[in-house]
Design a protein around this ligand. Structure first.
Ligand code: GAP
Length: 509
């Protein structure tokens, strides 16, 4: 395996994504739109597979979950009830000189980090104010940067002394709160009565449908609702490719349970979500769970674990799993005037369910699977092979059909094979270039199996199957090809036998 430094690795992945059709810059022919990305012909297959794998594990294969696809535009009262109108904002400062905008907390954090590491803060603060006052240094040594950011004294000092990191000007405005929700108008009149927001999370579409989904599917807590969909946030500092963008896709679950069971369901979801990533081949050494400290928790939250991945740009959040208590349902009940309590027929008691929320990003998961599967190998001739070792269920193309020659004798059967297999999976046909080059092209997009047809195939009716990771080859009679691929690509495929009639009642999920 060739070694690649972290920034290089990210550059290589971005370049592979463009070259092979995973991800393009949005509106590229117009110069692009900052931090906005389009999934190309291969990328859309990968991201769809990520979303399908999630949906399968949290809806299809569980007894206690149902799905939903709510609208992006919601009644504006939703955002009052959820707290997004009042609290979903970042503190921003403007540089009066170069007109750039910065997050005040990020500037303060940069100063504090430099202090912690003993680095110079000369470029971050005014001349003559190069160090924190002694008591702040002491406080920083004892506590975390997060605590310091909540300390009014530290914030006041930093705001009074920091300079624009872009042009060095000392002319910065006071921090102002900037709401991260995108605003637009519904209908032809652009006045305040017509304001609607692009949802900043899919979660609220689930909360407002709690009663509808429960009644329609005759459920009672514990049960959950899952949803995949676009969310929008006017992020001030998007970046790291598709990691933080202004338009992104979330995969969210709101799991409604009796309050007394909340802790148990919280633990169970943390374990289930961790297993999902590792079952799909993610390296557990690059994954970690991080419990949020009390100062990081939202005021309504009783606990939160982040599942983080070690990207080339550092450990970063893939998913948060939170115990949101009964906060959201109570707020929506209050603002809508509708009763969102649950009446338990057995205990004859009413309660507002607690909610456990595993909230993941489809784009972040896709990026993590790309990074995690990327490998470079140098062969004995010194040539480098780039291969995406994607789990078969995530691989965009499952099989490639490669005739050894373009001659009609081979092309005819190869096309017929392609025609047949693509009814089962996404299968590519490629006849251009040397066989070595064609294998490399498939390795780069993570295709698990290549099937070659050669002149011997015309006589022995057999084909050669080459496996991506080991590069080993097996020769198979054509009649055995489909069962062979089926067993490799869908090992979880069910088998049925009369023993089903002897099974005791299975435990739920
Ligand atoms: N309903 C809870 C919620 O939205 P969040 O931590 O703000 O929580 C959940 O977002 C997940 O959505 C994150 O863990 C991340 O995977 C994804 N996400 C959030 N903001 C994002 C952004 N700007 N770009 C890409 N993904 C984002």
């Amino acid at each position: 395996m060739a070694s690649t430094s972290a920034p290089d690795l990210m550059d290589k992945i971005v370049s592979l994504c463009k070259r092979r059709g995973f991800i393009f810059q949005s509106s590229e022919i117009y110069g692009g739109l900052a931090s906005t990305w389009d999934y190309g012909p291969i990328g859309v297959l990968l991201k769809n597979n990520v979303k399908q794998a999630w949906w399968r594990s949290v809806v299809q294969e569980r007894d206690d979950m149902v799905g939903l696809d709510a609208a992006i535009l919601m009644h504006p009262e939703t955002w009052k009830a959820s707290g997004h109108l009042d609290t979903f904002h970042d503190p921003l400062v403007d540089c009066k000189s170069c007109k750039q905008r910065f997050r005040a907390d990020h500037l303060i954090e940069a100063i504090a980090k430099a202090h912690q590491k003993g680095e110079s803060t000369a470029k971050l603060v005014r001349k003559g104010a190069e160090s924190f006052p002694a008591e702040l240094v002491e406080r920083l040594a004892k506590g975390s940067i997060e605590e310091l950011l909540k300390d009014p004294e530290a914030v006041r000092w930093a705001l009074g002394h920091m300079v624009c990191p872009n042009c060095g000007s000392t002319e910065l405005t006071e921090p102002r709160n900037f709401n991260l929700m995108f605003k637009t108008f519904m209908g032809p009149v652009e006045d305040s009565a017509a304001v609607v927001y692009l949802r900043p999370e899919t979660a609220q579409g689930i909360f407002v449908n709690f009663k509808n989904a429960q009644t329609a599917t005759r459920r009672k807590p514990p049960f959950g609702i899952a949803q995949i969909g676009k969310s929008f946030r006017n992020e001030i500092t998007p970046g790291n490719f598709t990691f933080r963008t202004r338009e992104f896709e979330q995969m969210e679950i709101e799991y409604f349970c009796p309050p007394a069971e909340a802790n148990q369901w919280f633990e169970s979801w943390v374990a289930a979500r961790w297993k999902w990533y590792t079952d799909l081949g993610m390296n557990p050494e690059r994954l970690r769970k991080r419990g949020q400290g009390p100062d990081e928790l939202a005021h309504y939250s009783k606990g939160c674990y982040d599942i983080e991945y070690e990207f080339p740009f550092g450990w970063s959040e893939l998913e948060g799993i939170a115990n949101r208590t009964d906060y959201d349902l109570k707020r929506h009940a209050e603002f809508s005037g509708k009763d969102l309590t649950h009446f338990d027929e057995e205990t004859r008691e009413s309660y507002v369910p607690y909610v456990i929320e595993p909230s993941a990003g489809a784009d972040r998961a896709t990026l993590a699977f790309l990074v995690d599967s990327y490998a470079e190998e140098v062969d004995d001739k010194g040539e480098t092979r780039v291969v995406l070792r994607l789990h078969p269920s995530l691989a965009p193309i499952k099989v490639a059909i490669l005739p050894l020659s373009k001659k009609p004798e081979l092309k005819g059967p190869a096309k017929a094979l392609h025609e047949a297999l693509r009814r089962r999976w996404f299968v590519e046909y490629d006849e251009t270039g040397s066989i070595g080059k064609r294998y490399r092209r498939q390795d780069e997009i993570g295709t698990p199996y290549c099937v070659t047809i050669d002149f011997d195939s015309l006589n022995d009716h057999a084909v050669t199957v080459r496996e991506r990771d080991s590069m080993t080859q097996v020769r198979l009679p054509i009649a055995e090809l489909l069962p062979y691929l089926e067993s490799k690509l869908t090992p979880q495929a069910p088998t049925l036998s009369p023993s089903v009639f002897q099974q005791p009642v299975a435990q739920a999920h």
